[in-house]
Design a protein around this ligand. Structure first.
Ligand SMILES: C[S@@+](CC[C@H](N)C(=O)[O-])C[C@H]1O[C@@H](n2cnc3c(N)ncnc32)[C@H](O)[C@@H]1O
Length: 389
């Protein structure tokens, strides 16, 4: 994998980095690339030449699934080393971005308050309860998760996330971290060329990375984003406004939203589902059904599901469940869209699944197709599934 040929797109609230901070973040990015290209592939070699033959000798058959592979690999030195290095890269990534945000937090908060020009809105709800699936663990080792606030008008979680996503993805989401939204838009334009949504809702919009591309794609639509985390929304609001993109953001739980029935023509989510509990997923799908107008479309974007993958790749992709504070990762990659459609009240016949090519061609060309976190697996493809009402 070569080094990327762009830097992150600057906007009013993107944290700056001193030379030391920047080189620390760049180190994490290079370190992750080194793991993906030089260390991770040998895990397969170790499996094929040592672990699988030993398993076959003992059991008289090959491992049946990713769980048996994981149990067999857990004691292996090479796997342990790779796993430990990858976990370390995750912790280093957060730290390298956090230090820089802490240094300039006052300035970022001031900038977030003064950046209002595009016509978007922000509605926070200090009484909203953060779901237990976010308070029980620091999701993907992000210190304090998305929701923690330390000072008034805090934007730190959003600022850290914006930089950390760029480092995590090794630049492969593009300069604006918007590859998931852009890839989904490209799919929708192709599959539903007549779709002209008047109102679009992005669930779990975070810093608004994926929300923004819908504005250029559907310039006549009103775009809404919801998230449970206030610091993400404050940051998203300032970021979108400074980019001239009007988005209406509100702090709400996607399981129970305050919008009227049938009030959206397009509902999207990007890597939200794997961070919600199984019960929450069901509630969110039901909300999608309630909120969509007849003929409206809901699309959910994730990394590829296990079902179309060989067991070894599935084992590698499942690493996050056991090692990266992603308790719902495994289950979310086993979702069966037609069953989910039926549960939520959609017609299962109107379910779709699609592997959407990355819209960010440069990133696609450089992806390793190693199912290691941050490379997103799938060789530059996003897994989209959804329903038409
Ligand atoms: C991985 S981030 C999403 C990234 C974002 N969609 C993007 O494409 O850049 C998950 C986000 O979902 C939010 N979230 C999780 N559960 C939620 C829920 N039940 N309702 C609303 N937001 C939720 C989290 O606060 C977090 O900001």
């Amino acid at each position: 994998m070569q080094t990327q040929d762009h830097e992150q797109f600057a906007h009013a609230v993107l944290p700056s980095a001193t030379a030391d901070e920047f080189s620390r973040q760049e180190f994490v990015k290079s370190y992750k690339k080194h793991l993906a290209t030089q260390v991770s592939p040998n895990t397969k070699v170790v499996y094929d030449t040592q672990i699988k033959p030993a398993f076959e000798k003992e059991h008289g058959r090959a491992p049946k699934n990713r769980h048996e592979i994981r149990k067999a690999m857990n004691g292996n030195n090479h796997y342990q080393t790779w796993s430990s290095l990858l976990r370390t890269s995750q912790e280093m990534m957060w730290k390298s971005c956090q230090v820089s945000v802490e240094r300039q937090l006052g300035d970022l908060i001031a900038a977030s308050k003064s950046t209002k020009s595009a016509g978007g809105t922000l509605k926070l709800d200090p009484n909203l309860e953060t779901p237990r699936y976010h308070t029980a663990v620091d999701i993907h080792c992000q210190p304090g998760g998305y929701h923690t606030e330390i000072v008034d008008d805090d934007v730190a979680a959003g600022a850290v996330y914006d930089r950390a996503v760029y480092v995590y993805a090794m630049g492969q989401l593009g300069p604006m971290n918007d590859d998931m939204g852009a890839s989904t838009v490209a799919y929708l334009k192709h599959a539903y060329p007549d779709l002209a949504p008047k109102r679009i809702l992005d669930l779990g919009c975070s810093a608004g990375h994926s929300t923004v591309p819908y504005q250029a794609a559907y310039p006549d639509a009103e775009i809404y984003g919801v998230d449970v985390a206030a610091p993400m929304l404050r940051y998203a609001h300032a970021r979108c406004e400074s980019m001239g993109v009007p988005i209406h953001l509100s702090q709400q739980n996607a399981e129970s939203l305050d919008f009227e029935d049938s009030s959206f023509d397009l509902i999207v989510s990007h890597i939200l589902v794997h961070e919600t509990s199984t019960a929450a997923f069901r509630n969110i799908m039901k909300e999608c059904h309630r909120l969509l107008s007849p003929g409206g479309i809901a699309v959910h974007v994730e990394t590829p599901p296990f079902k179309d993958m060989n067991d070894f790749d599935a084992f590698l992709l499942d690493w996050d469940t056991y090692n990266n504070n992603e308790p719902f990762w495994s289950k979310s990659h086993e979702i069966d869209p037609p069953s989910a459609a039926k549960d939520a009240g959609f017609d299962p016949e109107k379910t779709f699944e699609f592997m959407a090519p990355s819209a960010f061609e440069a990133a696609k060309a450089k992806r390793t197709n190693v199912f290691q976190g941050g490379d997103f697996g799938g060789g530059g493809f996003w897994y989209l599934y959804g329903f038409q009402k």
